[in-house]
Write a protein that binds this ligand. Structure first.
Ligand code: NAD
Length: 347
């Protein structure tokens, strides 16, 4: 893990709303005097158009390999065809095995039906149906292979228990569909049961993913750390982020050995791109996690405090604006300016 006085991190603004929320985030980090310098790279749509098949040009790769920490905006990936997901390429090439997505209620600042909700989704990040083993058998038959290995399962499950221990969280829940996928999900569940034995002070339970997701949507406060294979974790973390008020509030950390990538939970939101209405909070909270990773937790705390104050003032972006509760509807830029102003009064 890099320790830095002033760390240089690679910055990829991304596609769609990416450049807007990235600019807002960088302005806030700069105003807070965060100990980071950004080295910008271009990846994603523009690079594909220039014929770079991975979407990541060679100079971007070398910057990432040299700096080892990446703050990344969301990237547009075509559905049902076209180029391969750049996000998956980055996660696999850099060995970012753990995708950590904290989701908590901000009640009463943002009123919630689940004020006690405070969970972390720990998603395996390299295997499962995301391994990209997909092919057409005949013109009418297609196949995708689900890859679950013991080493990757052990690593992510242990990571989830260590995170629970470090954060003083009393329970880890595993979610799989091992009643149907008895071999693949069965292995993940079995590994979970084995490793749980090494953490007797932490409660361990298992839910089948379908009822687990239903319970999470209905009573999220019952969950603490949730560990899953790749696909289920992707889905339930969006569900959990939306329950906190908006997918625009979710930040995430992709952690590997010596490499880390921080990004919002949500995608590039092409439907609202370029309109100065996107919520930069998910990206900002991801950047705060990056500062903590770089041992600049004090600045991260100050930024989160100014961000909370902004929400407390009722200054909300459109996605979390609620008539009768919110006071001002702010755009991306003015929201960032307000957070910067509130840094003056943050401890
Ligand atoms: P999305 O998360 O981009 O958008 C879903 C809905 O949430 C949209 O209505 C959008 O306007 C809204 N939304 C998302 N972020 C918001 C924000 N910060 N503020 C306010 N509203 C916000 O999901 P999608 O539309 O399914 O995907 C769009 C593209 O993003 C796709 O190409 C997908 O592959 C890509 N994607 C990328 C990542 C990533 O880079 N990590 C993650 C998910 C999806």
């Amino acid at each position: 893990r890099p320790r830095a006085e002033t760390a240089t991190v690679v910055l990829a603004p991304g596609d769609g709303i990416g450049p807007e929320i990235t600019l807002a985030t960088c302005q806030i980090l700069e105003a807070a005097g965060a100990a980071v310098r950004f080295e910008p790279i271009e990846v994603g749509e523009a690079c594909y158009r220039q014929g770079v098949s991975s979407g990541i040009p060679e100079d971007a790769w070398s910057a990432i390999r040299q700096r080892r920490v990446l703050l990344k905006g969301p990237i547009t990936t075509p559905q049902g065809g076209g180029y391969k997901s750049l996000n998956v390429t980055l996660r696999k090439s850099l060995g970012l095995f753990a995708n950590v997505r904290p989701c908590r209620s901000w009640h009463p600042v943002l009123p919630s039906r689940h004020p006690e909700m405070d969970l972390v989704v720990v998603r395996e990040n390299e295997e499962d149906t995301y391994a990209g083993i997909e092919h057409r058998q005949t013109a009418e038959v297609t196949q995708c292979l689900k890859l679950i290995s013991r080493p990757a399962s052990e690593r992510i499950v242990r990571y989830a228990f260590e995170l629970a221990r470090a954060q003083g969280r009393p329970k880890v829940t595993c979610m799989t569909k091992d009643n149907i996928m008895k071999v693949t999900d069965g292995l993940f569940h079995r590994v979970f049961d084995e490793i749980a034995g090494d953490y007797p002070e932490i409660a361990a339970d298992h839910r089948i993913i379908d009822i687990g997701t239903a319970l999470l949507a209905d009573r999220p406060e019952q969950f603490d750390v949730v560990v899953t294979p790749n696909l289920y974790g992707d889905i339930i973390s969006d569900v959990a982020a939306q329950i906190t008020g908006s997918v625009g509030l979710g930040g995430s950390a992709n952690i590997g050995d010596g490499f880390a990538m921080f990004e919002a939970v949500h995608g590039s939101a092409p439907d609202i791109a370029g309109q100065d209405i996107a919520n930069p909070s998910g990206m900002l909270l991801a950047a705060c996690e990056m500062l903590r990773y770089l041992d600049d937790g004090a600045t991260a705390d100050r930024i989160e405090c100014a961000w909370m104050r902004t929400l407390e003032e009722g200054a909300h972006t459109a996605d979390i604006f609620r008539a009768g509760h919110s006071r001002e509807r702010l755009g991306t830029r003015s929201f960032a300016e307000r957070v910067c102003r509130n840094l003056d009064t943050a401890p």
